[in-house]
Ligand binder design. Structure first.
Ligand SMILES: [Zn+2]
Length: 104
């Protein structure tokens, strides 16, 4: 699948879209890190008259099933935080970490 960032401007926000050929599978809003997955991919995503550049595919590594949110660690890594857990090493060792408080 292919991630693209919209650069059309004007009425089109610069969201990042995840495309499966011509189908829109998910998108990440501007300045957000958690993707929104459509229940059913939107068929025939129309790029005509709009501009896109290649986007960051790793934004979409978070699966919708986790119900977690992604936080950026101090070294730039991304971790998935849910109500009960965090994927960072600190949580793995101590069973808690500073990211847990950021769960919203
Ligand atoms: Zn953590």
């Amino acid at each position: 699948m292919e991630a693209v960032v919209e650069t059309t401007g004007g009425a089109f926000p610069a969201h990042t879209y995840l495309l499966d050929s011509n189908n829109l599978v998910a998108y990440v809003k501007v300045n957000e890190t958690v993707p929104f997955y459509f229940k059913n991919p939107i068929k025939g995503f129309d790029k005509r008259g709009r501009k896109f550049v290649p986007g960051n595919n790793t934004l979409f590594t978070l699966k919708k099933e986790t119900h977690g949110r992604t936080v950026i660690g101090s070294s730039g890594q991304t971790y998935t935080v849910t109500e009960e857990s965090c994927s960072c090493p600190g949580f793995t060792y101590r069973g808690t970490c500073k990211h847990m408080g950021q769960h919203g």
